[in-house]
Design a binder for this molecule. Structure first.
Ligand code: ADP
Ligand code: MG
Length: 690
């Protein structure tokens, strides 16, 4: 508070004292009244800070202009000229009208046209006014641009903001011109620049401008090269905030949880590995060493296991489960679909029965668990039970495993298979249920490093980067739909030699989007492929029906399985060597890679055929990525670049805050830097976490 005698201090109102300057409403910027505040709100600009961080969508170098004479066809450029003629042309029907004006800069004339004249145009584009005009000429005789972006060169004091420099063009909304937006940001900078503080975390990065310089530079760079420099600084700040949240969450978890010794003693592991029928790959073994260290560590494990489809994550899950079971704990394994839960159930029963380990299944439609047993007797965590059924049970299920009324006693380890089907929030509630057991999350959707470090930043990461040997290769083809008859011939030929095929469609039933539907194609293919048998699998079947269809296919009683992307995860039928996907453009890249992962599991050559008539360069580009590489990480990165994180992660993306400057597809080095900076800060003893 200023003393009454201090005449230099401005009288501060109590309200503005309460609010940090940058958090004040945007109306504190001169020129923002009620009306403009309303317009700015449409752009999600509510505070001074929002305005200062409103990222330009492009820049114009207005230090010198192109002469209208020098405009080139289809090349975007900015020119500066005075209006020498303007007017509305109306057409006979009265429905359509055209506003046209002609600019002159002393070198040539430029016509600009807006089809569908707006009432305000005649008052705005008046003869004698000077404008900056940006656009792509669509003809040079006469020179013409339709729907250009224009900016009135208003004579006035703040002219220097808008010309003779590199100027920002911001995202706008109707009623708010580029010039007004630029002026408001300029004023906000003048008034608040000194309030833009360095973040609380000491960055100590000399290679970047200060935050306040970066904010000025992102709007009013001296050179265009400054822009990226400034963006990186602001992106780094965003990643630091994000990393801080992530690492703090992890620290809090470590402080709250107690050690839960689950490292095991190998007494079950030894016979298990001896009977497994294959030797673990080096990658599998080294991941298991990491897991064993975690299970015996000072905090419960929080680990993400990434391994491309077919890399053998199930065996790793089995070994991890054995460690916990050897230590006297129960284990839960959760799968995203009933089919996958059933498959695991069969597998694990086969593996674990000889070891006297009980395996129970709990899905929406089937459960082998006796309700009374584990339910009634909750045992204090951490103390092996003496009165319960001996704690050596593996519970397998879908999320039904954790629904009301079912508690697993002595829960030592939770394994979540194919994580990408579960949201971040779901993962959290799951683990809470068990009161901090160890957690192993397995995913076959390779997560680009950037997302791994942000979205999954609170998990340690293991990677299985090697496929078991003895597999046939997979060849991938992209074909137009008119090649289908040949494809069916090819499939018939493969079936004749004893193999099986998957055929995938995007829809269960036909709808307006024109994509093929599995139920309709089934009727057709049954006849086309006779005498071979065709199975039909989709999400609208009942659990028991699905299981019957799968059992038939597994036993090679049906040779072709028609399905929706339901079979994308986990399904393991090594004799199937063909994956045909129709309307491939309807699927994401990562999804197609998963589907392809259903084949190439045996020793035979496998074939993935993607049918698509998509014409857009984008979708063709995407499918080409698949034909060119089998590397899930490369595919995930391509997907991230082509479609953005939202598409890649689906609803999971809810776990990620919006980034204004950070770019998850490009900024790996910044994310790593932020991570290291925050870690340094949080680990320094001076700064306790509570
Ligand atoms: P994913 O990682 O996609 O879940 P799976 O665990 O389903 O892969 O394994 C794919 C196939 O590879 C299975 O048939 C499995 O038995 C087999 N497999 C796993 N590990 C090995 C190994 N080390 N050597 C040979 N085959 C293996
Ligand atoms: Mg799997």
């Amino acid at each position: 508070m200023s003393s009454p005698g201090n005449s230099t201090a401005p009288p501060a109102s109590p309200a503005s004292e309460m609010v940090a300057p940058l958090r004040q409403p945007v109306s504190t910027v001169w020129g923002v009244g009620e009306e403009r505040a309303r317009l700015l709100a449409r752009l999600d600009i509510f505070t001074v800070e929002d305005l200062l961080l409103h990222k330009p969508r492009r820049y114009e170098d207005r230090r010198k202009f192109l002469a209208i004479r020098d405009l080139k066809l289809k090349e975007a450029a900015t020119v500066r000229g005075k209006i020498i003629a303007a007017g509305v042309k109306r057409f006979r029907q009265g429905a359509r009208s055209l506003f046209e004006c002609v600019f002159d800069d002393g070198t040539a004339h430029l016509h600009c046209r807006w089809w569908q004249a707006q009432p305000w145009m005649e008052d705005w584009f008046t003869v004698g006014r000077e404008f900056l005009v940006f656009g792509k000429p669509d003809s040079l005789r006469p020179r013409n641009i339709d729907y250009p972006e224009t900016e009135y060169v208003e004579p006035g004091d703040d002219e220097f903001i808008h010309v003779n420099r590199i100027v920002p063009i911001h995202p706008l909304t109707e009623g708010l011109t580029a010039r007004v937006m630029r002026t408001l940001i300029w004023r906000a900078l003048e008034k608040f620049e000194n309030e833009i503080a360095e973040p609380a975390i000491k960055l100590d990065v000399k290679s970047f401008p200060t935050r306040s310089n970066a904010v000025r530079m992102i709007h009013f760079p001296n050179e265009l090269t400054d822009v990226e420099f400034a963006r990186q600084r602001l992106a780094l700040d965003e990643f630091v905030v994000l990393q801080f949240q992530i690492q703090l969450r992890r620290k809090k978890f470590e402080a709250l949880s107690k050690p839960l010794p689950c490292g095991g003693d190998n007494r079950l592991m030894k016979p298990f590995l001896a009977e497994l029928g294959f030797k673990l790959t080096n990658a599998q073994s080294s991941v298991l060493r990491e897991i064993r260290a975690d299970l015996g560590g000072a905090h419960p494990m929080r680990r993400l296991l990434q391994g491309d489809v077919g890399s053998g994550k199930t065996a790793v899950a089995a070994c991890s489960a054995l460690m916990a079971i050897e230590s006297g704990f129960n284990v839960a394994l959760m799968a995203p679909t009933e089919i996958l839960a059933e498959q695991h159930f069969r597998n694990f029963q086969k593996w674990f029965a000889p070891l006297d380990i009980k395996v129970e299944l709990q899905t929406g439609n089937r459960k082998t668990v006796q309700d009374a047993a584990p339910n009634t007797q909750r045992v204090a965590r951490g103390k092996p039970s003496t009165f319960n059924l001996q704690p050596s049970t593996l519970f397998i299920g879908t999320h039904a495993l954790f629904t009301a009324g079912f508690e697993i006693p002595m829960l030592g380890l939770v394994i979540i298979d194919e994580q990408h089907k579960f949201g971040v929030a779901q993962r959290e509630t799951l683990v809470r249920k068990g009161n901090y057991p160890h957690l192993l999350v397995m995913t076959a959707t390779p997560i680009p490093r950037t997302l791994g470090l942000t979205l999954y930043g609170d998990l340690d990461v293991s990677v299985i980067d090697e496929l078991p040997g003895g597999r046939g290769s997979i060849k991938t083809f992209v074909r137009a739909a008119d090649k289908l008859p040949k494809v069916w011939d090819f499939i018939r030929e493969k079936i004749t030699t004893g193999r099986q095929a998957f055929v995938v469609y995007p829809r269960v039933e036909e709808n307006a989007d024109g994509f093929k539907a599995v139920t309709k194609e089934f009727e057709h293919l049954k006849k086309l492929l006779a005498p071979f048998k065709v199975g039909l699998l989709h999400g609208r079947l009942k659990g028991a029906e699905k299981e019957a269809v799968m059992a038939e296919f597994r036993a090679n009683k049906s040779q072709v399985l028609l399905a929706t992307s339901l079979i994308e995860v986990g399904v393991d039928v090594p004799n199937a060597t063909v994956m045909l996907v129709e309307n491939a453009e309807a699927f994401g890249l990562a999804q197609l890679h998963q589907l392809r992962g259903r084949i190439g599991r045996g020793a035979h050559e496998s074939y993935c055929i993607l049918i698509s008539d998509a014409k857009t360069p984008d979708s063709i580009e995407r499918l080409k990525v698949l034909a060119e590489t089998n590397d899930g990480f490369k595919i995930a990165e391509a997907d991230l670049k082509l479609r953005g994180p939202g598409e890649l992660l689906g609803q999971q993306q809810s776990g990620l805050p919006p980034l204004r400057f950070g770019d998850l597809a490009e900024d790996l080095h910044l994310i790593k830097q932020a991570r290291a900076l925050v870690k340094l800060q949080l680990d320094s003893p001076a700064r306790g976490v509570n």
